[in-house]
Design a protein around this ligand. Structure first.
Ligand SMILES: Nc1ncnc2c1ncn2[C@@H]1O[C@H](COP(=O)(O)OP(=O)(O)OP(=O)(O)O)[C@@H](O)[C@H]1O
Length: 237
């Protein structure tokens, strides 16, 4: 098993408030890890720390078994919770921009833009400015931007928010396909039915990982009918 990303004893405070407390997690190559937790439990903060966008007060992160470096970031695909897109540019220009900062050459960018636009069903809308896009279209474009350079590791913060069930299903099919190609994904979600599509789930509550395991193992261990019940039971870690 090759560990692609790990966080060790991660602790984070904002002023006096402890946001993350001694969080440990590791992601193996070819797995989908779901990070599930109520609003405000620290999911986005954790993803940002893993990505190097936020500093932790204690603990360390390892990317591809090394201290994170500029070269390791080339292999990351990040989709932020709020879309980080250039509204005045067209979707094509956004993808072209993100492709170029990832070092793709012009010809390769052109080809990849076609491919990722097809994947997220935006091929016919590439020439529209992003400000003309709906919320769901922006989410899909953000995902396409994260895919453009074929990273090995994806950190996706609520990638399916605002998408209709059909599109959500096709996005999850894509995640499965990425996984089959040995990519590793960490996906934050509030949606319980998405949890069952993950290989492993980490349940985050008040900045602590309450439990980690496959959805089936968690149900068995905690003798519950749904993962949601683990939160409701108030299991302490
Ligand atoms: N830059 C910041 N300064 C101060 N507090 C912050 C900052 N960023 C996050 N927080 C606080 O940290 C806590 C966790 O926030 P975070 O966004 O990580 O939660 P989350 O689980 O992703 O929530 P949601 O599901 O609603 O997106 C919240 O109480 C939030 O107010």
């Amino acid at each position: 098993m090759i560990i692609q990303l790990s966080g060790h004893h991660l602790t984070k405070k904002f002023k006096q408030q402890t946001i993350l407390s001694d969080v440990n997690l590791s992601l193996a190559s070819g797995e989908i890890y779901g990070l599930l937790g109520p609003s405000g439990s620290g999911k986005t903060t954790l993803v940002k720390i893993l990505l190097g966008l936020e500093k932790c007060d204690q603990g360390k992160v390892e990317l591809f078994n090394q201290k994170p470096s500029i070269s390791s970031f080339r292999h990351l695909g990040y989709m932020a919770q709020s879309d980080a897109l250039y509204e005045e540019l067209t979707a094509y220009e956004n993808l072209d921009f993100f492709g170029s900062i990832q070092g793709l050459r012009k010809k390769e960018r052109k080809q990849r833009i076609e491919e990722v636009a097809e994947i997220v069903h935006l091929r016919n809308d590439l020439s529209k400015k992003v400000l003309q896009y709906s919320g769901g279209m922006k989410r899909r474009l953000s995902l396409a931007c994260a895919l453009i350079h074929k990273p090995k590791l994806y950190l996706l913060d609520e990638p399916t928010v605002g998408l209709d069930p059909l599109l959500r299903q096709s996005i999850w099919k894509l995640f499965q396909k990425l996984k089959e190609d040995e990519a590793t994904l960490i996906v934050t979600t509030h949606v319980m039915d998405e949890v069952n599509r993950c290989d492993r789930v980490g349940l985050l509550k008040d900045g602590k990982i309450l439990a980690t395991g496959s959805p089936a193992d968690l149900l068995k261990t905690y003798q519950v009918d749904s993962i949601e019940d683990i939160f409701l039971k108030g299991v302490s870690h």
